[in-house]
Design a binder for this molecule. Structure first.
Ligand code: ASP
Ligand code: MG
Length: 411
């Protein structure tokens, strides 16, 4: 008998019929003797619908009030699932984030979980109840409703699993696991049996939409065994684990991630003096804009060019901030580009193999794809390219790194 946290995403609870199916699945686990905490998303499309309602009132809805609105989607699904379980003779109770007391900071729309009070949940579990918790939401220390950012229910699931020291956190979704890349782009993409937290982190942060990045961070930090599974198909899914079996057969690259969500900003003719990077990025970070890739050119005539990428949603804001900085520090000009894409190869196998980056560049060169920016880490190489070449690049790399074959299946 194990304690399992099961998280079901939006499509898994997208209709009454689906919610009944989820109830059947939960019932099976319950009857096998497991203690269960179930975390739900809103019905698919619901969070978007709620955001759209808010935007009909205002282009930039008040963040606190936006959270009041968007947190309602999950409240609907948890109540419905609890009813569906009770109807089946399974004692169940639903809680919002506030009712559990999932304490977060007060960064509305992207709050971070600080602490979870597990007392109430433990009492329910002890009394034999299935506990159904609203994903994506919490409460700050002043009692304001907060949400965790899009896809935040995954984080709720993992955080609950960590707080309860659950034996496993199962993320049920509309795909049967983590793939080498998006199968909609590369038909020969393979399901991975296993992937490390580290790799998954790079894949998630780079836009492999399977899991929210913070969920993976949490899981890695607290070593919560995490499994991605299809909600309504049987199968082993993908286990995300800390074990890094350095085997000879280990593929160098585990996956290819990509991302169309970024925009690029360049400030040209910056006087090259100590502290200049701080002068440029300080105001950006003060404006709460996250920066991803950064490149500073070798200086020429005592000036340099400085390029970085931000989320496209932050592009206009970043442009304004950067233009003000340019005036202040006497830079020549600011230019931006939103039609870019980032493609990354990810794999712990990179640590023990040389020439991985050049193999990547060779594959892109063969397709005449121009590389605008490059960044590397121990287990990842990323490039920024023109957006229109994204799919071509991903396909070429998938083939170049032998991922088209069932390299890791049945390992
Ligand atoms: N309902 C929220 C969203 O759509 C949270 C989630 O689904 O994880 O982003
Ligand atoms: Mg989701």
């Amino acid at each position: 008998m194990a304690l399992i946290v099961q998280k079901f995403g939006g499509t898994s609870v997208g209709s009454i019929e689906r919610i009944e199916q989820v109830a059947e699945k939960v019932k099976k686990f319950r009857e096998a003797g497991h203690d269960l905490v179930v975390v739900l998303s809103a019905m698919s499309g619901e969070t978007n619908r709620l955001i759209d309602l808010a935007r009909q009132i205002s282009d930039q809805p008040e963040p606190r009030e936006l959270d009041v609105v968007v947190s309602t989607g999950e409240q609907v699904t948890i109540g419905l699932l609890a009813m569906a379980l009770i109807k089946r003779g399974i004692p169940a109770v639903s809680y919002t984030g506030n009712q559990v007391r999932i304490l977060t900071d007060d960064a509305y729309n992207k709050a971070r979980i600080l602490q979870i009070d597990d007392q109430r949940l433990r009492e329910d579990l002890k009394a034999g109840r299935v506990v159904v918790v609203a994903g994506f939401q919490g409460v700050d220390q002043n009692g304001n409703i907060t949400t965790l950012g899009r896809g935040g229910s995954d984080t709720t699931g993992v955080a609950l699993a960590a707080a309860l020291k659950a034996d496993e956190c199962q993320i049920y979704t509309d795909v049967d696991g983590v793939y080498t890349t998006d199968p909609r782009v590369v038909a020969q993409a393979q399901r991975l049996d296993k992937i490390t937290f580290e790799e998954m982190l790079e894949m998630a942060s780079l836009g492999s939409k399977v899991l929210q990045i913070r969920a993976v961070e949490f899981a890695g930090k607290y070593n919560v065994p995490l499994r991605v599974l299809h909600s309504f198909q049987e199968g082993p899914g993908t286990l995300i684990t800390i074990d890094e079996e350095e085997t000879m057969e280990q593929p160098i690259i585990s996956g290819i991630a990509f991302n169309r969500d970024e925009a690029k900003l360049t400030i040209r003719g910056v006087p090259d003096t100590p502290g200049v990077a701080f002068k440029i990025l300080g105001p950006i970070s003060a404006a709460n804009i996250e920066v991803d890739m950064i490149v500073q050119n070798v200086s020429h005539d005592n000036t340099t060019d400085f390029t970085f990428t931000v989320h496209r949603n932050d592009y206009q804001k970043a442009l304004g901030v950067l233009q003000a900085t340019a005036t202040e520090i006497g830079a020549r000009e600011v230019v931006g580009d939103t039609k870019i894409a980032k493609v990354s190869i990810v794999g712990v196998g990179m640590r023990s193999h040389a020439g991985v980056a050049s193999r990547m560049f060779e594959a892109l060169a063969k397709e005449s794809i121009n590389i605008q920016m490059i960044s590397t880490s121990e287990i990842k190489v990323s490039v920024v390219i023109e957006e229109k070449y994204l799919e071509l690049a991903v396909r070429a790399l998938h083939t170049a790194f032998d991922l088209d074959a069932a390299a890791r299946q049945g390992e």
